[in-house]
Design a protein around this ligand. Structure first.
Ligand code: 8YV
Length: 320
C-alpha cells in the first residue's frame, strides 16, 4: 500500500505578514525551512509530499532543489526579478513559477529618482558635511548638477522603466531608451546602440532584467561613453554592470558619479566605492517600504491560494 501524499509547502524564507502562516496552512502543511536544524534532511524526509515552494528574488532556487522534489508543481516567489531561480529548468518539468510584478513598480521608480537626485545634488555628501561640522569652516561644499531639463537614458524600458520615465517627465527631462527591441507604444526615442545612448545621456538608469542575458551589459566602453559628467543609477541587478570597470571609471574620474541599490556580490560592496564622495550606496531597498512589501507578500499568498484552488498560479512567469 502506498502512503497518501500530504500536500506540503516548503517555505524557504519567512514572509513578513501576520496572516501569512494562517493563509498558507489552510491549504498545505508548512515546512519553514529556516527554522530547521538540518534543512537538507528535512527536504529529503518530505520530498514526496512537497508540491509548492515559496521563495524570493534573493533566495537561490536551483535546478538541484527542483530535482530533489519529484511532486513539485509550483514555485511562488516574492519579487519581480527571477534570476535567482532556475525558471527554465522548472518550466521544462511543467512546474509553474510565479513572481510579483507591477505591485512594486512605483516604489522602485521612486527610489530610482531618489538615487538620481541624491547623486546629482550630492545629498549624501552634503549630509556628511553637516554631520561632520564642516559647514561654516573653510571646507566649502561643491556645486551639484541640475536634473531638470537634462537627458535621461533608460536601459530596459519595461514596466519599471516606464514608471521611471513617467517621473522623469515631471522633471522635464528628455528621455530616450535602449531595449533588446524597439517599442511601438511609447513616446520616447529608441537607441539601438547602448554606447550611443550613454554618450547622449547625462544620466543613465539601469532598469533591465538580471541573469545571463544582461551580464556586464554596462561595461568599460559604456561607462566611458557616459563620461566624466555622466551619472549612472542601477536599481536592477549588480550583475548587469562590470563592477571592476565601474570602480575604475569612478576612481579615475572617467565617470561623474553613481547611485547604486544593487551589487555584484551582495551584501559585499567594493571597499573602493565606500571611499568615494561621488557615489551613493544603498542596500538593495528599492521595494523596501511597508506598503510595497505587504503588497508583494499578499501577491505571493494569492498565487499559492490560486494554485491550491484552481491548479494555476495567478501571475506566472511567461515561458522562457
Ligand atoms: C527585493 C527585488 O529585494 O523584486 C525584486 O526583484 O530584487 C526586490 O524587490 C526582493 O524581492 C525581496 O524579497
Amino acid at each position: 500500500m502506498t502512503t497518501p501524499v500530504v500536500p506540503t509547502l516548503l517555505q524557504l524564507l519567512p514572509l513578513n505578514a501576520s496572516q501569512a502562516k494562517e493563509r498558507l496552512s489552510k491549504h498545505f502543511k508548512l515546512i519553514e525551512l529556516w527554522k530547521e536544524s538540518d534543512p537538507q534532511a528535512t527536504i529529503t524526509r518530505h520530498k514526496d509530499d512537497i508540491q509548492v515552494v515559496v521563495t524570493s528574488a534573493m533566495t537561490p532556487t536551483s535546478a538541484e532543489l527542483i530535482d530533489a522534489l519529484p511532486r513539485l508543481k509550483a514555485i511562488c516567489s516574492q519579487g519581480v526579478g527571477y534570476d535567482a531561480i532556475d525558471v527554465k529548468h522548472a518550466q521544462s518539468k511543467d512546474i509553474q513559477v510565479s513572481n510579483t510584478p507591477d505591485v512594486l513598480n512605483d516604489c522602485v521608480a521612486d527610489l530610482t529618482l531618489g538615487l538620481l537626485l541624491t547623486s546629482a545634488r550630492k545629498l549624501g555628501h552634503a549630509e556628511r558635511y553637516v554631520r561632520n561640522n564642516l559647514w561654516g569652516t573653510d571646507a566649502s561644499f561643491p556645486l551639484g548638477t541640475s536634473v531638470s531639463h537634462k537627458k535621461l537614458g533608460i536601459v530596459g524600458l519595461g514596466r519599471i522603466g516606464m514608471a521611471i520615465a513617467q517621473r522623469a517627465a515631471g522633471f522635464n527631462m528628455d528621455i530616450r531608451y535602449h531595449n533588446r527591441s524597439e517599442r511601438s507604444d511609447v513616446p520616447y526615442q529608441y537607441m539601438a546602440s547602448l554606447v550611443d545612448l550613454a554618450s547622449w545621456a547625462d544620466f543613465l538608469v539601469i532598469a533591465t532584467v538580471g541573469g545571463d542575458g544582461t551580464r556586464h551589459l554596462i561595461d568599460a566602453p559604456v561607462l566611458k561613453a557616459l563620461g566624466p559628467n555622466g551619472m549612472l543609477v542601477n536599481i536592477s541587478r549588480g550583475s548587469v554592470i562590470d563592477e571592476t570597470a565601474l570602480v575604475q571609471a569612478l576612481s579615475g574620474g572617467e565617470l561623474g558619479g553613481a547611485g547604486l541599490d544593487v551589487y555584484q556580490n551582495e551584501p559585499n560592496v567594493p571597499e573602493a566605492l565606500k571611499t568615494l564622495d561621488n557615489v551613493v550606496l544603498v542596500p538593495h531597498i528599492a521595494s523596501a517600504t511597508t506598503e510595497t512589501r505587504a503588497a508583494m507578500t499578499n501577491l505571493v499568498l494569492e498565487n499559492v491560494e490560486a494554485f491550491a484552488t484552481t491548479g494555476k498560479v495567478l501571475t506566472p512567469i511567461p515561458a522562457l
